[in-house]
Write a protein that binds this ligand. Structure first.
Ligand SMILES: [Zn+2]
Length: 497
């Protein structure tokens, strides 16, 4: 018997409906073919999990293309069309026993509210009803009826912060192989819950910890084959935004239906507990001025590039400038024009520039005078970790402006600053500051824990959990913006049915 072959690949990015900066092809890392497989091998990524599980099972993995980018504005339609075209060309050429897709699931294009659903629908049309299609998604995905209709088994990460990307890829792969072996006939029971989780949504803390424990117990006991709890990312103004729970039975649905109902009821009942609360910026800066044993590492909740923000909010910068410039602090701001201005003036020059506030409108641009102390066309860095230790990254054009003890780190493109090495790559030592600002909500806390006290601050903006301040229209009604009368309804999907 010839070795089995599976089709994998696609596109992974998390989009923000209210970020007006389109994510274009330059923002994507693109890999394909044998190079994509080799690069994924042994990594804790969804494709890595698929590739490693396939190698162990003697299955060949074909990757026509894989596009990956950090979070940001919607993805240009041309980029998605390119990926879809390559995947469909391969699917139509045939020769695949199954399709296993490593996607994110929370993406948008200007014309498509659910590109992943469209990709899976089109792949289903290309390969026909009998070829298994499974997928691995981030748990922050927006899961739609279209995806569930055309995908035989969808697996979400079970952890937030995420640490089980590889294991999720292995679940999707194993389900496809079990279907080929006649060892799995997936029957899906699922429910949608019209609510958002807003900050108190780590899976290692209650209330999500308890819900995941119930799902895991059902899987371990063999009552269901696989279960997922999707906590949709909060910044998609699309139809049907909300929580989605999935439970897959093998050939039967009763226990899966019971689990899906239990999980949906659990989310809804505990909805108020899934909203976090955060310290104010003023209280954090007052502590920094008074003096803290270690630097305060502040996650600017309102403009988290990690959640799709543009990275040019000046809320924290204005608050620091209001204190004078005696407090040693480092603040990153995305502003390509300001970078150019500083670079053309040159290191050592004194300049007056207006920075930020172009896309983030919760605070106006900030004008300041300072010395250009570093500048360049780009810099590279390697994460010191522990999260993603060893990962290489690059920053594009940058300049560092010093005003008193304040350092404004200007970059042409946005970064989340999840690792201190971002600052060091541009000549700023985080340990020497009293305040360091990052554009991440909690992923940064792992990598700054060794050098400072990490706090996510309650700042306004595009990625704030204060969703009432965002212009949601299409996604409504949902809790907490609307008073929704709701009782979960479980739906069942069978293969070919
Ligand atoms: Zn996520």
């Amino acid at each position: 018997m010839a070795a089995r072959r599976i089709l994998a690949g696609g596109i992974a990015q998390e989009s923000h409906s209210f970020n007006p900066v389109l994510t274009t092809r330059e923002s994507f890392a693109v890999s394909e073919g044998d190079a994509a497989v080799a690069r994924a091998r042994g990594t804790n990524s969804t494709l890595g999990g698929i590739v490693d599980a396939a190698a162990a099972a003697g299955v060949e993995v074909v990757v026509p293309t894989l596009f990956r980018a950090q979070s940001g504005g919607p993805v240009a339609d041309a980029v998605f069309d390119e990926v879809r075209g390559r995947m469909l060309d391969a699917a139509r050429r045939g020769g695949f026993d199954a399709v296993v897709l490593p996607l994110h699931g929370g993406m948008l294009t200007p014309t498509l509210p659910d590109p992943e659903g469209a990709l899976i629908r089109d792949l289903r049309a290309a390969v026909g009803p009998s070829v298994p299609i499974t997928a691995a998604f981030d748990l922050h995905a927006h899961v739609t009826p279209e995806t569930l209709e055309h995908c035989d088994l969808l697996a979400a990460y079970l952890t937030n912060p995420h640490s089980d990307q590889g294991a999720t890829g292995r679940r999707a792969f194993a389900a496809a192989i079990a279907m080929l072996d006649g060892a799995l006939d997936p029957v899906l029971a699922w429910a949608h819950v019209p609510m958002l989780t807003l900050g108190n949504d780590r899976t290692d803390e209650e209330p999500l910890k308890g819900l995941h424990a119930r799902a895991a117990a059902a899987v371990a006991a063999g009552r269901v084959r696989d279960a997922s709890i999707f906590n949709a990312q909060q910044f998609l103004d699309v139809p049907g935004l909300g929580q989605v729970v999935l439970a897959y039975g093998d050939g039967r649905s009763a226990e899966a239906e019971a689990l899906a109902l239990d999980l949906a009821e659990g989310l809804w009942r505990q909805r108020a507990k899934l909203i976090g609360s955060y310290p104010s910026l003023d209280s954090c800066l007052a502590r920094a001025v008074a003096g803290t044993p270690r630097p305060l590492i502040l996650g600017d909740q309102g403009d988290r590039v990690a959640a799709g923000g543009p990275g040019d909010s000046t809320v924290v910068l204005h608050a620091l400038l209001a204190l004078g410039t005696d407090l040693p602090a480092a603040v990153p701001v995305t502003d390509a024009e300001a970078v150019e201005h500083c670079r053309s003036a040159g290191v050592g020059a004194t300049v007056t520039v207006t920075v930020g506030g172009r896309h983030s409108r919760v605070a106006p641009p900030a004008t300041l005078t300072g010395e250009v102390v570093a500048a360049g066309p780009g810099a590279s860095l390697t994460y010191q970790g522990p999260a993603e230790k060893g990962q290489r990254a690059a920053v594009g054009p940058y300049a560092v402006l010093r005003a008193g003890a304040l350092r404004v780190v200007l970059t042409a493109l946005p970064y989340a600053y999840i690792d201190p090495e971002y600052f060091r790559a541009m000549g700023v030592e985080p340990r020497e500051q009293r305040v360091v600002v990052t554009r991440s909500g909690y992923h940064f806390t792992l990598n700054y824990a060794a050098i400072g006290e990490c706090i996510t601050v309650d700042t306004p903006g595009m990625t704030s959990y204060r969703v009432a301040e965002l212009p949601f229209t299409v996604a409504r009604p949902f809790y907490p913006l609307d008073d929704v009368a709701f009782a979960p309804e479980v739906r069942v999907r069978r293969r070919g049915g």
